[in-house]
Design a protein around this ligand. Structure first.
Ligand code: SF4
Length: 435
């Protein structure tokens, strides 16, 4: 434990909720200084930079930011799904699990165990019963040539087998030996899944609101509408009854009415199961509607975090202010929305420099912002923090950088906004609010 930060150094998890009540829920996950790099031909890309946050029992934590801010890579890093040339390079992911803590004392601190210190085979077994993920585009996540019911039943079957031997690393391929190969050759249509798993798949489809689940289970993904398929993906993610469900932009591909249904469904399931959800989105409306606490990400960093009230009512970081200022107010429609000028910076290590990564877009950039700021405590709840000098002291216009400090291509001068750039890139929608 000597070199790693002790998880017990973390402040008490009790905190103020959005309505000022004390939240005494226990931490389930404590992420500390997590960094993920991609080692590309162009150089090292710092996709996630020293990210820290907690996830509590039965809460919904929102992670919000523009495309390319590192939200999804953060989620993949949590559950060990970052693929080459990417790699989690440092940090800890502490997961409260007394059984694992007892079994792996070298990786443990109290009831918490650092997932990054566990053997890979053990980490794999946690996908399903501990952590599960809903992906953005269900159409590309389901296999088009296998019925929806069978794909969900497979997920149930994997868990059923793993439960029979909790530390087993058996999956469909790992458990597929010579005997199974010969048997499948003789009886090519023999099912992988047990009838009990198929029945459970139908139950799960019913729980997520699919009508005629028995009949639907025998249909293929292309026979489902987008909303139905997203529900089916949620059913699949629930197969292992996870402690933490990671929802990566779960409603982006859906129209507004279906979005609302899916969000209500997630909220209901979370209430029923007391499951924790990490909700990744670019949509502040989803955050406002669903989440207890929020992390705002920019250029791979968490630049502001706190309760919903901290971030929405007392934002400190100018990027958070910019996000909130660029959404329409239905009660007081302004003639024009205020976009955040400029583009997200390159995440190439060689180009990032040591200043605040938001400095060239920040209307309040000062000379001291040319040194990378640490995370400061901010006014509000005891967990409100911002990676901005304005959390430490007020803005001093006399120290403001000259307008052309960052060169002739400054965003304000060129008139290029991140929205323009994203449209040019063919990227999906910008940070928005639909509530
Ligand atoms: S540290 Fe400075 S440049 Fe960065 S967001 Fe805060 S005020 Fe703006």
């Amino acid at each position: 434990m000597s070199e790693r930060n002790s998880v017990e150094e973390t402040a008490d998890s009790a905190s103020a909720t959005t309505d000022g009540r004390t939240d005494s829920r226990s931490d389930l996950l404590r992420v500390r200084d997590l960094s993920t790099r991609f080692f590309t031909e162009e150089g090292q890309v710092n996709a996630v930079e020293s990210v820290s946050f907690d996830v509590r029992d039965g809460e919904i934590l929102g992670i919000v930011g523009e495309s390319g801010s590192g939200k999804s890579v953060t989620a993949l890093s949590l559950i060990d799904l970052v693929e080459s040339p990417g790699r989690v390079t440092s940090g800890q992911v502490w997961y409260r699990n007394p059984d694992l803590a007892e079994e792996f004392p070298d990786a443990a601190d109290g009831e918490f165990v650092d997932l990054r210190e566990l053997p890979t085979r053990v980490r794999r077994t946690l996908r399903g019963p501990s952590f599960s993920m809903i992906f953005q585009d269900p159409m590309s996540s389901f296999n088009p040539s296998i019925t929806v019911g069978e794909q969900i039943a497979e997920a149930v079957e994997v868990q059923r087998r793993a439960n029979a031997n909790p530390r087993s690393t058996r999956s469909r391929t790992q458990g597929y030996g010579l005997g199974r190969f010969i048997l499948d050759g003789v009886v090519p249509n023999r099912d992988y899944t047990d009838p009990e798993s198929s029945r459970r798949a139908v139950e799960l489809l019913e729980q997520v609101g699919i009508p005629d689940p028995e009949q639907r289970a025998d249909e293929y993904p292309h026979q489902f509408s987008g909303g139905m398929l997203q529900r089916a993906m949620i059913a699949q993610a629930l197969a292992g009854e996870p402690d933490v469900l990671i929802a990566d932009e779960p409603t982006t591909a859906l129209d507004v009415t279906i979005q609302a249904q899916i969000l209500n469904l997630l909220r209901d399931l979370q209430d029923e199961r007391n499951m924790s959800i990490v909700m990744i989105t670019h949509d502040l409306g989803v955050i406002a509607r669903m989440c207890d606490r929020v992390c705002v990400m920019y250029a791979g960093e968490v630049v502001e975090r706190g309760t919903l009230a901290d971030v929405f009512d007392r934002p400190v970081h100018p990027y958070t202010e910019g996000l909130l200022g660029s959404i329409p107010d239905l009660d007081d429609p302004a003639p024009r929305l205020q976009p955040i000028e400029g583009n997200v910076p390159s995440l190439l290590d060689s180009e990032m420099g040591d200043r605040c990564y938001f400095a060239d877009r920040c209307p309040k950039a000062m000379s001291e912002c040319l040194t990378h700021p640490p995370e400061f405590d901010a006014a509000g709840s005891e967990e409100h923090r911002a990676r901005c000098v304005l959390a430490d002291h007020d803005y001093d216009p006399s120290e403001a950088l000259p307008e052309d400090f960052f060169g002739g291509g400054s965003p304000a001068e060129t008139g290029v906004t991140s929205t323009d750039q994203q449209a040019e890139d063919g990227a999906t929608s910008e940070v928005s609010q639909d509530d």
